[in-house]
Every structure is written in C-alpha cells, then in structure tokens.
Design a protein around this ligand. Structure first.
Ligand code: MRU
Length: 339
C-alpha cells in the first residue's frame, strides 16, 4: 500500500488515516484545500517526507481546481492557497521544501497555458515521490554499513514506511537488514502523547515480520543500561546547518541517555530535511499542540484535572554534540557537521 497516492482521474489524494491505526484501516480520499490542510494538521498523514509528498500532490490538485482568467490571477490564487497549506505544521521542513519546488515549476512556466503548467506540476509531484523512495533506500544502505547482525536497535516515534513513500528513514536499514538475515532486535518507544511508536512503528515492523518489542518512553535508560541496545536510529523533521536536529518530542532524551551509556545515536533523513538556511536548532520553529492530546486522548475518560495547564511541544531539538552521525541519502556525515 502506498502511504500517499495520487488518483489523478478522480483528482484525489488517497491516504490511510494514520490516526485510526492499528485498529482500523480507513482510507481517505481528499480533494479540497481544507481537506489537505486538515489531514496534515490532524496527523492523518504525517512524518516529514510523507508530508512533503502529500503537499506536492496537494499543490498539483489545488492548481487543477483554481479558476482564473490569466496567469497572474492563477498564480495569485494558487500562491495564497499554498501559503495556507504551508501553515498547517511548522517544524518539518519538507512541507515548505516541497511547496517551494512546486512554486518554482510554476515560475519556470510563467505565462504558458495553464494545462501545460498543470502537467509540469503533476510531473514534479510524482518526481518528489519517486525521489523520496530512492532516498530512503539509499539511507538504508548507508545505515546498514554501521550495523552488525544480531544488533539491538532502538527507535523513537515513527520514521518508517508510513512516514515516507517507502522503507522509512530510521527503519530503512531494519527492513533491508531483515531481508538479508541480520536478525535485528528492534525496540520502539511508544512515543507519548500521540503514540506513533506504539500505534504505527510497532504495527508496521511486526507486520513485516521483524522482531519488535514495545516500551514506554521512560524506560529508555533502563533498557540502555541492560546492554540490549547497540545503536539508536531516529528520523528527523529539520536539521540545522550545525547538525542540531528537530525530531519528535523525547528524541533528545534518547540521545542524552545514549551518550551516557556510550551507545551510538544516529539521525537518519534525506537531504531535503537538512535546512542549511537555519544556523542552529534555536531557530527551528517548534509546534505546540493542544493539551487535550496529553490529558484526554487515548483514555476512556479524562485522566488529568480539568483545566490543568499542559506543556505539549510536538518536537524537541537534539544538540549536535549528542549525535554520532547523520545518515542521509548522499552519505554519512560525522561531527563537525557540514552539509
Ligand atoms: O508528529 P509526527 O508524527 O509527524 O512526527 C514525526 C517524526 O518526528 C518523525 O521522526 C520524522 O518526521 C521523520 S519521518 C521519516
């Protein structure tokens, strides 16, 4: 199943609703700008590369729906729509990166007939998806050179197939190693508050036949102290020029504990997630989400006092000094990081 598929005949994007997994496999067919915005905001589609691919398809379909009587009119209306879509989630740079690529296509075809522009947008969106799949495979091959058969591997959140077009980033080497008989023992953090590790990573890896064990986020030190973990592999939402990495909240805890126990901590991501326009992690916008995700979601009844203040950042920044290497499709980067 494709994480993000384009049904061009129906002018719809087809996704599996990731908020319903693993209990329900509910497919969504989306066609309007508000549906695209909501799908990203609610995490029905999520994970930096998958958001990028989704945004590219959304940009194409939205362009198909714009009614305009001149190129200027078309560009103005479409650009406003894209600015709105770009505001759906701030941290993963792949959203604005994909929309910039789509915008450049339109600019390169300025004043050409609209049907020609639409064709070029469709080609670019399909290229972004194909390149994402190729990148993930390359990340997996590169990561595998650092891993040995029988390794215990820890991952956080979901940087797997559901977060990309295929293979995932942090999980790409796990899948490739599994195909080659590496017999990895995978541990995945449940990833509070939205449980991407428990609901998505555990589900995907177990379905693919990998040996996977679930643990609560606060068990990471106990697990690492036990000697069962040989390396931690995580994804990324935005990497600054100095290597500081924004990823799902809790990632920097894993990195800190890994450093304490002398366990390699690897960040895996495509070059499209590296944002050299940002010098350090201090400048990465961190999404703050509704406190209900902490107090109420996933519980049969509210489990915290009504009206309690909640701190709920969706991402944290792992300092570059905690990162052993950043594994990309272009190669493996070691400190001091320079891309
Ligand atoms: O809030 P999410 O579920 O979109 O967060 C996802 C992550 O933090 C992933 O690790 C990251 O996007 C990389 S996905 C290959």
């Amino acid at each position: 199943m494709e994480t993000v598929a384009l049904d061009d005949a129906a002018k719809q994007i087809v996704i599996i609703d990731q908020t319903k997994l693993p209990n329900e496999r509910r497919m969504l067919r989306l066609c309007s700008l508000e549906e695209f915005y909501t799908a990203i905001y609610l995490l029905q589609v999520r994970g930096a590369p998958a958001i990028g691919v989704f945004a590219a398809f959304a940009a194409y379909l939205d362009a198909c729906s714009v009614s305009a009587d001149s190129f200027e009119d078309f560009f103005k209306k479409w650009s406003e729509d894209m600015d709105h879509l770009n505001s759906s989630r701030p941290t993963a740079v792949n959203l604005s990166w994909a929309l910039s690529r789509m915008r450049k296509v339109v600019e390169d075809h300025a004043n050409e007939p609209i049907p020609k522009i639409l064709n070029a947008l469709k080609d670019e969106a399909l290229l972004i998806r194909r390149q994402d799949e190729e990148s993930c495979r390359a990340i997996g091959e590169n990561a595998l050179t650092l891993l040995k058969p029988g390794y215990g591997l820890l991952t956080h959140c979901n940087a797997s197939q559901l977060a990309t077009s295929r293979y995932g980033t942090a999980t790409a080497a796990m899948y490739l190693g599994h195909e080659r008989g590496y017999d990895f023992h995978i541990y995945c953090d449940e990833t509070r508050p939205l449980l991407q590790g428990a609901r998505l990573t555990a589900f995907e890896l177990a379905e693919a036949g990998l040996d996977v064990t679930l643990q609560c986020d606060n068990m990471v030190a106990s697990l690492m102290a036990s000697g069962k973990i040989d390396a931690a592999l995580v994804g990324c939402d935005r990497v600054a020029a100095n290597g500081d990495t924004a990823n799902k909240i809790g990632t920097s805890v894993v990195a800190t504990v890994a450093k304490h126990y002398g366990i390699p901590f690897y960040v895996c991501g495509p070059m499209s997630t590296i944002d050299t326009s940002i010098a350090t992690g201090a400048d990465i916008p961190i999404e703050q989400r509704d406190g209900e995700e902490v107090t109420t979601m996933w519980y049969s009844s509210r489990m915290a006092p009504s009206g309690i203040k909640v701190y709920n950042p969706a991402f944290d920044v792992t300092d570059h000094s905690l990162i052993t290497a950043i594994i990309t499709d272009r190669g493996i980067y070691y400190p001091p990081f320079s891309f």
